[in-house]
Ligand binder design. Structure first.
Ligand code: AMP
Ligand code: ZN
Length: 473
């Protein structure tokens, strides 16, 4: 089939035409969450953009198989193999077992994904399911001299590789974007860049989950998980590997090192990395204390779709700054958009020529390095165009296969939840605006009359600090 997709490949540092190993098929891998806490909306930006990539590939006709791991062991508080296992720290924090924490936060993660219309990957595999696979690969790396034992742990020997810093052009310092500052030197390493494949010794003796191995009772390192889980389900060749930019180094660099040493050939051709969501103080991260989650947004009155729109309006290769002001604008834009679409007459003839022309424009935007904001511009342009409502509605439905913004269903869903139909809601909004204007003019009698009139219709108005809210009385 025709390979239309182009995106920025971190490996070659340019936008490239995407050509999969097997015609029409895509083997795709995503680094999954470490389930020791709720995902913050920064993590979820990454999963939204990866979801967009997967859906775009499906939209243009590829048969995609997407695999994701769940990290439930081995991810230490520093990405560079030092500190306590994040899962153990999470369990201590909540006075639970690691497996209880893993179950709870895995479910919470998929609930958040559902709210954001992020499709669940075809295969989701927790690391603790694959201990045999990890041991098989580690055993082979020891046999072939790519790994060594030191101080009780098994390390990967990066000096055995022709090239370790494969995402080249960047210095080690630049590569350390997301890695925490608390990196300690491990005296067991032969080379500074070596990393742990299997731990039996650590400063933290209370590691809860441990397994027998030929090298002693212990647990796997974080990096080996993704290499083995992807190979287990996608085989020896992979098309696209994605993650956040902080995964480039050391995580993805190490994944490539051990996978290619094990396989003896190139492993994955395309690497796509999503930039961070920042707040005013910098990268949003869980270690900073209070985290912003989908539930926080909901508690503040935002539909999760508004956050998805916010992410899609930016380019995945640019850092994005979060603020409630921008989210408010996005919320107003989203409401207007879904109302506009809900007002379209669905019945009638679809203009095939127009439909195909807009579909092509939409596809072209997405195939141009996932230009999602341009794809949304195409949506706005088509809504303004002089063509039948039925054509517009059909296009909105079609685009939503990729955008997943509930474009054609949001209002119905909302009216189902609130028990108020779209027409009455429109009326309430108009009356709220009229009342606001009356209050501004100090015409309090009129303002009160509007409140009473709505009350008679069973609608209660509340004046809050965030503005006027309404609910069924
Ligand atoms: P973790 O659960 O910490 O392993 O992270 C899950 C995913 O979120 C990884 O792919 C990270 O690269 C990504 N990530 C972490 N912080 C951010 C952020 N502030 N913005 C966007 N993505 C992030
Ligand atoms: Zn990974």
């Amino acid at each position: 089939m025709e390979n239309k997709m182009h995106f920025y490949n971190t490996l070659t540092r340019r936008v490239e035409q995407f050509i999969p190993n097997e015609d029409g098929k895509v083997a795709m891998y995503t680094c999954g969450p470490t389930v020791y806490h709720f995902a913050h909306i920064g993590n979820l930006r990454c999963y939204i953009m990866e979801d967009l990539l997967e859906k775009t590939l499906r939209y243009i006709g590829y048969d995609v198989k997407r695999v994701m791991n769940i990290t439930d062991v081995g991810h230490l508080s520093s990405d560079a193999d030092t500190g306590e296992d994040k899962m153990v720290a999470g369990a201590k924090r909540e006075h639970k077992t690691v497996m209880e924490i893993a179950k709870f936060y895995t479910e919470a993660f998929f609930e958040d994904c559902k709210k954001l219309n992020i499709k669940t990957p075809d295969v989701v595999e927790p690391a603790t399911n694959c201990i045999d696979e990890f041991q098989k690969v580690i055993g082979r790396l020891l046999e072939t001299g790519y790994a060594y034992e030191s101080g009780g742990n098994i390390y990967f020997d990066t000096s055995k590789l022709k090239e370790y810093y494969v995402f080249s052009g960047q210095s080690e310092q630049e590569l350390l974007v997301g890695v925490r500052d608390d990196v300690e030197e491990d005296a067991n390493k032969r080379n500074k860049s070596d990393f742990v494949l299997w731990f039996t010794k650590s400063k933290f003796e209370d590691q809860e989950l441990k397994w027998e191995s030929p090298w002693g009772v212990g647990y796997p390192g974080w990096h080996i998980e993704c290499s083995c889980i992807s190979m287990k389900h996608l085989g020896e060749y992979m098309d696209i590997h994605c993650g956040g930019v902080d995964n480039i180094f050391p995580h993805h660099t190490n994944e490539i090192a051990q996978s290619e040493a094990y396989l003896g050939h190139k492993w994955c051709n395309y690497w796509l990395h999503v930039h961070h969501l920042n707040d005013k103080t910098g990268k949003m991260s869980k270690s900073k204390g209070k985290i912003l989650t989908v539930s926080t947004l909901e508690e503040n009155g935002y539909d999760p779709m508004v956050y998805r729109l916010f992410c899609l309006q930016s380019h995945y290769r640019k850092p994005l700054e979060f603020s409630y002001e921008v989210l408010d604008n996005m919320s107003a834009a989203y409401d207007k958009l879904v109302k506009r679409i809900a007002s379209l007459q669905r019945e009638g003839e679809v203009d095939r020529e127009k439909f195909d022309a807009y579909r092509t424009q939409f596809e072209t935007a997405l195939c141009d390095d996932l230009n999602s904001s341009m794809a949304i511009t195409v949506l706005y342009d088509m809504l303004k165009d002089d063509m039948s409502d039925a054509t517009k509605f059909a296009l909105a439905e079609n685009f939503d296969q990729v955008l997943s913004l509930n474009l054609t269903t949001a209002l119905e869903k909302k009216s189902e939840e609130s028990g108020v139909d779209a027409e009455l809601e429109q009326y309430i909004m108009e009356k709220i605006e009229e009342r606001k204007a009356a209050k501004k003019e100090k015409d309090f009698a009129k303002a009160d009359a509007i409140r009473d009139e709505l009350m008679a219709k069973g609608i209660l108005l509340e004046d809050t600090r965030e503005g006027v809210k309404w609910k069924k009385a």
